[in-house]
Design a protein. Structure first.
Length: 608
């Protein structure tokens, strides 16, 4: 969740960069840096820690009228001045937000050609790759195109070339970039508030696009060099609208923030080189993990659904028995838990009263306790032995969206960590899972692009009074979560069931007026789910099916299809959750409810 700012124009660049980074500091906390021209050469200033440190170190600097800046949240490499952005190779300097999946292969190739690396980051590889293309006879723009054709992963980039101080180049794939047009000046930013002080004419870049930015204007091309015509949008946001990022509701904004939320959760915690997971704040040793008899996961509401999915993950990979409890039940049943057991408490706020009571109950019986939460310094974090922060950013909408999927990401990391410590996860399988995991943000972006198609589905069903959601295996808790989202924001009665249990009661509810949302990814229970679909159709139920791309076997049976990309079965819940959130949101908007503040609900339940 790094922040990027770029400027070219008639002002001194450095004050614009610092001011923009202040608006973006929420996107990164561990280091910051700027690059700018001075007397015809490029200068770089970088500092570890808060932005105020960079501001102090650059206070006596003068600058020209072009520069780039960055505030960092570590992915590859610890927080340090060497790992801080901007990164330089020869006359190329750049800043980056994202994860480069194939950086190790690229780095090894470049080292073989004589390149020397100064950081542990994946970002530096891109700078060297562009420099190598320039050495091969390419000018700035085609060098960037050629370099990015070799890169696999998510990126937002802003790039400078010392010999071409009249332009910046930006490029995007899977991470946000907005371009601002002023009077004789142009801007690049990760988020709109960073540039609203200077301009309200904004161009939003799409994936696999690059922009050539000068003081006189901006030219957009695809990565093959084909021009793309884009008209700027006039941003008329007031401060609250700016906070919403231009979305009508916080819930919609937060649904679309999930790729970045997942990236923030994984950042700095996985090695693409070895597949190993590092969770330094857990205070959980390998010997302690090997000595565990049982794991308890305790949560409430949406977090309880994440806990149920976590049970599938941990038992499948780490082979430790897991018991899932509602916080409100755990404290009152005198649970059998002791020193050889681990309690995992999940809470977005870290202040949920019942979950805190469960933590205290477990600690009173000498069990080890770790928390998964989003709020640094919260009560659950302080009262636990260790903590795994999701770093999803503020979630304003009462109905949880990005907090839920980032909890799933945290549980997945914890599962890999435990499996590696216990020796139940092979190195080869770990590498496969990590490789699939780092692609999840880009796959979520793909699903989000189907927003208009999901709106069409919502228009067909928003007047219905009841819904049933069906899922099997690891996707059964997703059915529960999908039903909860619809209930919370639209006030429609909805229930989630294990698909195999449909014949044991819920089938009596199905008729021509009952929409049935079926989670049907192509996994090991796919054929079983197909049988449930046939049972619904035999009773004239209306089927909305969540299926993998390319699966048309179910198309003749379902009334509506919503497609998601295929990934490893254990990661499917993260993807299958997204369209259910979008469906609930659009149905609620069509029904005219208060989406961000549903009646009778609070964001954090801090009393019993």
């Amino acid at each position: 969740m790094c922040g990027i700012i770029g400027y070219i124009g008639k002002r001194k660049a450095l004050p614009v960069l610092i001011n923009g980074l202040k608006k973006l500091e929420y996107r990164g906390y561990d280091s910051a840096g700027v690059a700018f021209t001075r007397d015809g050469s490029l200068r770089i200033k970088r500092s570890v820690g808060k932005l105020i440190n960079l501001e102090a170190s650059a206070s006596d600097e003068d600058s020209g009228n072009i520069g780039i800046g960055h505030t960092r949240w570590a992915t590859h490499g610890k927080p340090s001045e060497e790992n801080a952005h901007p990164h330089r190779a020869g006359k190329i300097v750049l800043v980056h937000n994202g994860i480069i999946e194939n950086y190790l292969d690229l780095k090894n190739r470049l080292i073989a050609k004589g390149h020397e690396f100064k950081s542990e980051t994946d970002t530096e590889v891109i700078a060297h790759l562009i420099e190598e293309c320039i050495k091969g006879g390419n000018r700035f723009e085609p060098a960037v195109q050629k370099a990015l054709s070799q890169v696999r992963g998510a990126y937002a980039l802003c790039i400078m070339h010392e010999d071409e101080p009249d332009k910046l180049i930006a490029a995007k794939n899977g991470c946000p970039i907005a371009l601002g047009l002023g009077d004789g000046e142009s801007f690049v930013a990760s988020d709109i508030p960073a540039i609203l002080e200077y301009t309200r004419k904004v161009i939003f870049m799409d994936d696999l696009e690059m922009a050539i930015i000068t003081s006189q204007g901006i030219e957009i091309k695809d990565l093959t060099g084909t021009p793309k015509k884009k008209e700027p949008i006039d941003i008329s946001w007031n401060p609250v609208m700016a906070e919403k990022g231009g979305y009508k509701h916080f819930m919609h904004k937060e649904i679309h923030e999930q790729p970045m939320a997942i990236m923030n959760t994984m950042m700095g915690r996985i090695s693409l080189d070895s597949g190993m997971v590092s969770l330094d704040d857990l205070e959980l040793s390998d010997s302690g993990i090997k000595g565990l008899d049982k794991i308890y996961i305790v949560a409430c509401g949406t977090s309880w659904h994440a806990a149920l999915i976590g049970k599938y993950m941990i038992e499948d990979i780490a082979r430790i028995p897991v018991e899932v409890d509602l916080g409100s039940e755990f404290r009152y049943r005198d649970p059998i838990i002791g020193k050889d057991d681990l309690l995992i408490a999940i809470s977005q706020s870290g202040e949920t009263a019942d979950t805190l009571a469960a933590i205290r109950e477990a600690r009173s019986k000498d069990a080890k306790v770790i928390s998964i939460c989003n709020v640094v310094g919260s009560s659950s974090a302080r009262e636990s032995d260790g903590v795994l922060y999701t770093h999803a950013g503020p979630e304003i909408g009462v109905a949880s969206t990005k907090a839920f999927t980032s909890q799933l990401a945290a549980l997945f990391l914890l599962t890999l960590y435990i499996g590696q410590a216990k020796g139940t996860l092979s190195e080869a399988r770990g590498m496969e899972l990590v490789s699939d995991f780092v692609r999840i943000p880009a796959l979520i972006e793909e699903i989000l692009r189907s927003d208009s198609e999901i709106l069409k589905v919502a228009r067909k069903y928003f007047r219905c009074r009841d819904f049933i959601y069906l899922g099997r295996g690891i996707n059964y808790p997703v059915a529960l979560e999908g039903a909860l989202k619809l209930k919370e924001v639209s006030y429609i009665h909805a229930e989630g069931y294990p698909a195999g249990e449909m014949k044991h009661g819920p089938i009596a509810l199905i008729d021509e007026n009952m929409p049935v949302v079926v989670l049907a990814p192509m996994d090991k229970v796919y054929e079983k789910v197909m049988n449930n679909v046939m049972e619904v159709k035999a009773r004239e139920g209306m089927i909305i099916a969540i299926v993998n791309n390319g699966d048309h076997k179910i198309s003749s049976k379902a009334d509506d299809l919503i497609f998601i990309p295929k990934t490893d079965q254990i990661l499917t819940p993260i993807l299958s959750t997204i369209p259910l959130q979008m469906l609930a949101y659009h149905i609620a908007v069509l029904r005219g409810t208060d989406v961000d503040q549903p009646r009778n609900l609070a964001k954090s339940v801090t009393v019993e």
